[in-house]
Write a protein that binds this ligand. Sequence first.
Ligand code: SF4
Ligand code: SF4
Length: 367
Amino acid sequence: MRFPLSMTAGLAGYIAKNKWRPRPEWQVDRSAHVDSSNPFRIIASGTRSRKPHPMINKRFPLVLMLEPLHACNLTCTGCGRIREYESTITQQLSLEQCLAAVEECGAPIVSICGGEPMLYAKLPELVRELVARNKTIYLCTNGMFIRKKLKDYSPAEKFFFNVHLDGMEKNHDIAVEKEGVFREAVEGIKAAKAAGFKVCTNTTIYRETDMAEIGELFEYLKPFDVDGHLVAPAYGYSAVNDREIFMTRDDVHEKFQAFDAIAAKHRVNTTPVYLDFLKGERDLPCTAWGNPTYNVKGWKGPCYLITDAHYKTFEELMTRTDWEAYGYGNDPRCEHCLMHCGYEPSAALGINSRFSDGFRMLSWMLG
Ligand code: SF4
Ligand code: SF4
């Protein structure tokens, strides 16, 4: 089974409850107030040029991206975080700030990222607190400290180490600009699995990625009984300088055509609906509010990738962002974005769903 039943049922219940009774304070329509404030907006004859968003008036968070710090032991080529937050790289959230953000947002899934979160001294305590709150936790790490710090953690049903691997040894080490990272990450995966932890991997697909190598990577990891693989295309947002490595929308569609054969053979945790979207076989709107980001500067709006503002409270992020102004066709900065932070929630929320989706999701979850 791909996920614990308690996790699947809990998530389905949370989504159903929020779709049925959305919190009115999060449904403010900002478009009337800020039409001219975003210089990137595409406005046809002074009016909106598109249909209302299918989730308008049903906004709620699904996954909190919690960044306790942006410091990292690596300098990966495609990383926007260490570049965008260079001026605050030595700052950290306190444990209390992290927990307050978790409470304020209420999302059932917390993805702890950064920077390298295993550099955060209070991380073991944070994980323990999140387990106690029954959250599903993805600890996103480059894997360099797993072996050294494993003793500080205890296995739990909904706690996953999510280890970043962008290819086999040679290409992964080139992407992270340091030799030996792949080997240490794999040793970390083995040690965590041997100690009873859940471990998944997270792979970013770049223009240069050979999809056959991703299949080879998953095959290589098979003997270690990894609990699943997440994949997503890289996106060249403004914080990253090296635009050569990023793909256009058409590039992504072409690249992911080859992924079905890999997904059929391995435990891929990316939802089938999102994979359809990556292949260009389905349209999804951006639901960036489903995946909010909190860090040392506050609540980052509108999304993990674009920063138009940082807000002090989650309420402000939800009510002061003109959500309908973003996404493909609305903002040129979103033109080639197919990132999971904008579109995986749309898949999970069942937007633009088809009759067969329920069955596909069920067989995928039980797969
Ligand atoms: S390990 Fe993660 S946070 Fe660190 S530089 Fe690489 S992508 Fe950025
Ligand atoms: S389309 Fe991508 S870049 Fe644009 S708001 Fe959504 S997640 Fe952010």
